[in-house]
Design a binder for this molecule. Structure first.
Ligand code: HEC
Length: 102
């Protein structure tokens, strides 16, 4: 029984280690991961369709817009709800990644 547990724990530890290693190699930039929340409306890579295009804007422009949404200055629409869900560091990370999209 003890051997079985050792083997089972060993397998779990190994699998965890392997999946962490795999994640470390393939993990996208933090801003890109966060921006997957934005894709449905702003398109993958911030290029539309339909809603405002985000690609081509500077990081500070996007950050300023997001802060205005997050602080309620732009009303309480869809974007306010979205922006309020992120920490300041996440908004910076999002802005910086989106600004790399041309
Ligand atoms: C459910 C749809 C939806 C999602 C999801 C969404 N947005 Fe928006 N976004 C909008 C709409 C609608 C507007 C226009 C709102 C307005 O002008 O009041 C907008 C506007 C913006 C603007 C201002 C653009 C400009 O030119 O003024 C920014 C920046 C922005 N969104 C960033 C994001 C980011 C970053 C995310 C992901 C965290 C996101 N949005 C997710 C619908 C969405």
């Amino acid at each position: 029984m003890r051997q079985f547990f050792r083997a089972a724990v060993g397998t779990v530890v190994c699998t965890l280690g392997l999946s962490l290693a795999a994640q470390a190699q393939t993990a996208p930039p933090a801003g890109r991961l966060l921006a997957s929340n934005c894709f449905q409306c702003h398109g993958t890579n911030g290029k539309g369709p339909g809603f405002d295009k985000l690609a081509g804007k500077s990081s500070s422009e996007i950050y300023k817009d997001l802060k205005e949404f997050a602080t309620g200055k732009e009303g309480d629409g869809i974007m306010a709800k979205h922006a309020m869900g992120f920490t300041d560091a996440q908004l910076l990370s999002l802005s910086s990644w989106l600004s790399t999209q041309r």
